[in-house]
Design a protein around this ligand. Structure first.
Ligand SMILES: *Cc1c(COP(=O)(O)O)cnc(C)c1O
Length: 433
């Protein structure tokens, strides 16, 4: 019996089975590589779903966490600490937030969404507009804004007043937002839907209609933020200033932390003393991790690095922006995302894609989906793993790549070079070359 099979058997006998069977038991990581308990190494092109921004074992993060653990791990929110204050200041700085903005620290993405939902309720309204394909988290509040029926329906009734509109459909958004709308929530690139970027025009329209209706614009940058797309935040490219932004995933580089950033004094003042709280949120350990991540991205020029190395993935075909097409839900038994939509832009990419079996890619920077041509993504994911690469079958037809921001061009080239063999193996059901 291998160490993997032993621990997986013990896992299934001891855990609530919400994640299905894990693929592997991982033991350790170094840089962009992880090692399983049987000693096999893999290039980590998923980084714990866009979390390990600095890869594994980065000295800046390790030292910051070790030092903070020696100093103070937790003090409660009756007190504060230097790392908490400094991280809030740094976040406001990189968010380009105006004077009077603020930060609320949570422990996860879903909790950041919860804080944003409560913020939006303080407008005195309760209707929320979210997008088809959206993912904002799994707690009962966040779940109400998460589009996928399989996630929501077993737990209904959820928070009332949420309406979903098709992403990219300008008229639908205009019609949906009115004087009763508390907030519009959107992800600049919908991660769980299969890495579907919204156009910058759509973001600007969302800003326009929410301003006109007196509703909040909340951008969920939980997956896209902290450098993932080559900008500090994916919405920056559009020039839009939101009312609120949610963060988590990459912010702590693997240490759990979430944040709500509120823009300007009017929005920040919506939540007052006693109206929200958390025991662990903003603890100095997590904040020290967040500071180390932001400082390292800045010091090592990682935003530019992301834009630079991401061009290696352009060899897989051009990227496109989501056209306004309706969402198609396909039933699938596993826990992977099942929302997929037809992509005219992707079809157009066929003529120029240079890798057989690949139609093109979606996304930006180091958040990408490789669109497969007639190959089941789950099968391709297994073939990739056999070949030593960790990727994610984000939809039945697309592989998600979200490697550490420190990934090298050579490491990405290794994957791009191996992909034809991986896809051949996936097609034939055999082992890759
Ligand atoms: C992962 C994710 C969430 C939820 O974050 P958790 O930490 O899993 O609660 C919310 N929104 C987006 C866009 C995400 O990618």
């Amino acid at each position: 019996m291998t160490a993997n099979s032993d621990l997986l058997a013990r896992y299934s006998a001891s855990m609530v089975q919400v994640f299905g069977a894990p693929q592997l038991v991982l033991a350790s990581g170094h840089g962009c590589w992880v090692t399983d308990v049987d000693g096999r190494r893999y290039l980590d092109l998923l980084s714990g779903i866009a979390v390990n921004a600095l890869g594994h074992g980065h000295p800046a993060l390790v030292q910051a966490v070790a030092k903070q653990a020696e100093t103070a791990i937790h003090v409660s929110n009756f007190f504060t600490t230097r790392p908490a204050v400094e991280l809030a200041e740094r976040l406001l700085e990189i968010s380009r937030a105006p004077a009077g903005s603020g930060v609320f620290f949570a422990n996860s993405g879903a909790e950041a969404t919860e804080a944003a939902v409560k913020l939006s309720r303080r407008t005195g309204r309760h209707r929320i507009v979210a997008l088809e394909g959206s993912f904002h988290g799994r707690t009962t509040g966040a779940l109400a804004l998460t589009h996928k029926a399989a996630y929501r329906e077993p737990f209904e009734p959820l928070l009332p007043g949420v309406v979903f509109v098709p992403p990219g459909d300008h008229d639908a958004l205009r019609r949906a937002v009115d004087e009763q709308t508390a907030a519009v929530f959107l992800e600049p690139v919908q991660g769980e839907a299969g890495v579907v970027p919204l156009g910058d025009d759509y973001l600007r329209l969302a800003r326009e209609v929410t301003t006109r209706a007196g509703a909040l614009l909340v951008v969920d940058e939980i997956q896209t933020g902290i450098g993932r797309t080559g900008d500090w935040f994916a919405h920056h490219r559009s020039g839009v200033v939101p009312d609120a932004m949610t963060l988590a995933k990459g912010l702590g580089g693997g240490v759990p932390i979430g944040a709500l950033v509120t823009f300007g004094p009017d929005v920040t003042g919506l939540l007052t003393a006693g109206q929200h709280g958390t025991t662990f949120g903003g603890n100095p350990l997590a904040c020290a991790a967040g500071l180390a991540v932001i400082d390292t991205i800045e010091r090592d020029g990682l935003l530019e690095h992301v834009r630079d190395v991401a061009t290696v993935l352009d060899r897989l075909g051009p990227t496109g922006v989501a056209p306004p097409t309706p969402t198609v839900e396909r039933p699938r038994p596993d826990a992977a995302s099942t929302v997929e939509r037809p992509r005219p832009d992707a079809v157009a990419a066929t003529s120029v894609a240079s890798v057989p079996g690949v139609l093109g890619t979606r996304g930006r920077g180091l958040l990408r989906a490789v669109q497969l041509d007639g190959i089941d993504a789950a099968t391709a994911m297994l073939a990739a793993r056999e070949a030593g690469f960790i990727v994610n079958a984000v939809t039945p037809t697309a592989l998600r790549l979200a490697p550490p921001l420190v990934v090298s061009a050579r490491e990405l080239e290794g994957f791009v070079d191996a992909l034809p063999g991986i896809l051949e193996a996936a097609r034939g059901g055999g082992a890759p070359r």
